[in-house]
Ligand binder design. Structure first.
Ligand code: GLU
Length: 293
């Protein structure tokens, strides 16, 4: 593990809604753990989704963090300002034949999977988030057809050729410090479960997976503290780190703060937003108590 004092943590919200109690827990835990380690905390705005993210949400997040007492280093990285960095990485992967253009729309994937299910009576596989795996059709397109479709202006996403990637990486593990027992364990990555994930979307030249891995490395992040809902995605992140020759941080996937109904909180559930709690007269100390810190 990194020397104490040199450790770098980050809180990386997407400014597409108001922070809720789950985000507060994540931000406060990052704050507390970075303090304990004598390290630094950075803030990163994961705003690649240009339709859903806004500066107004970003401002509200900054205000909420200030109110909570979460202190971070002042230079905030905004992913939307670095699209050319991500594109360079995709081009490098394309040069190595590790990504390919995927033209299929979501509807086409759904129809393809439905035809398969009807013909075989077996369900089409889904990734850990529940999305249908991308069929191998575009991966196997003849080069000429691929070039013609791109020249014809057909929109495409860059997809990782997972099979080829895994041929390079072999088995991978990551260091997990967020287990229930509190110890540090090696977790075996299972990237094949994700299939050919998107690395560059049709609208922007990156995806969550690519941007998070590139940025964690660029910002020198040594400790990734984030919700347990992102634990399965870490398998993909390890593959990308390997392919790009980037160091792997230590991961701490923390428990999720659940709503009264036992379900994961969502940004649209206004009743658990921090702004609402604040307006109702609660203090940051109350919030800490509510999330179990
Ligand atoms: N931006 C992601 C979110 O708000 C978090 C990404 C991460 O911590 O790796 O859910």
């Amino acid at each position: 593990m990194t020397e104490p004092g040199n450790r770098v943590f980050r809180f990386a919200p997407s400014p597409n809604g108001a922070l809720h109690l789950g985000h507060a827990y994540s931000a406060l835990l990052n704050h507390d753990l970075s303090r304990e380690a004598g390290g630094r905390l950075l803030l990163r705005m994961e705003d690649i989704d240009r339709a859903r993210c806004s500066r107004a949400f970003e401002t509200a997040i900054v205000q909420d963090l200030e109110w909570l007492g979460v202190e971070y280093a002042r230079s905030v990285r905004r992913q939307s300002e670095h699209f050319e960095d991500y594109l360079e990485v995709i081009e490098a992967l394309a040069g190595e034949g590790l990504v390919y253009p995927g033209f299929m729309t979501r509807g086409e994937v759904r129809a393809y999977a439905a035809r398969h299910e009807e013909a075989t009576g077996t369900p089409w596989p889904r990734d850990p988030d529940g999305a249908l795996l991308y069929p191998a059709l575009d991966r196997n397109l003849p080069e000429g057809e691929r070039a013609a479709r791109i020249a014809g202006g057909e929109p495409f996403a860059w997809r990782l050729d997972m099979e080829r990637a895994l041929g390079r990486t072999g088995d991978l593990v990551w260091t997990e410090a967020g287990g229930d027992e509190g110890g540090v364990v090696d977790v075996a990555a299972e990237p094949a479960l994700w299939g050919d994930v998107v690395l560059g979307r049709k609208d922007v030249p990156t995806s969550y997976h690519l941007a998070v891995v590139v940025d964690d490395a660029l910002q020198g992040i040594t400790d990734v503290v984030r919700g347990r809902d992102l634990l399965p995605a870490t398998s993909v992140h390890r593959v990308l780190q390997f392919l790009l020759g980037l160091p792997a941080p230590v991961y701490h996937h923390h428990r999720l703060v659940l709503g009264g109904d036992g379900r994961k909180l969502s940004k649209s559930a206004g009743d658990t937003s921090l702004a609402t709690a604040r307006a109702a007269g609660m203090s940051p100390r109350d919030i800490r108590r509510m999330v179990g810190l």
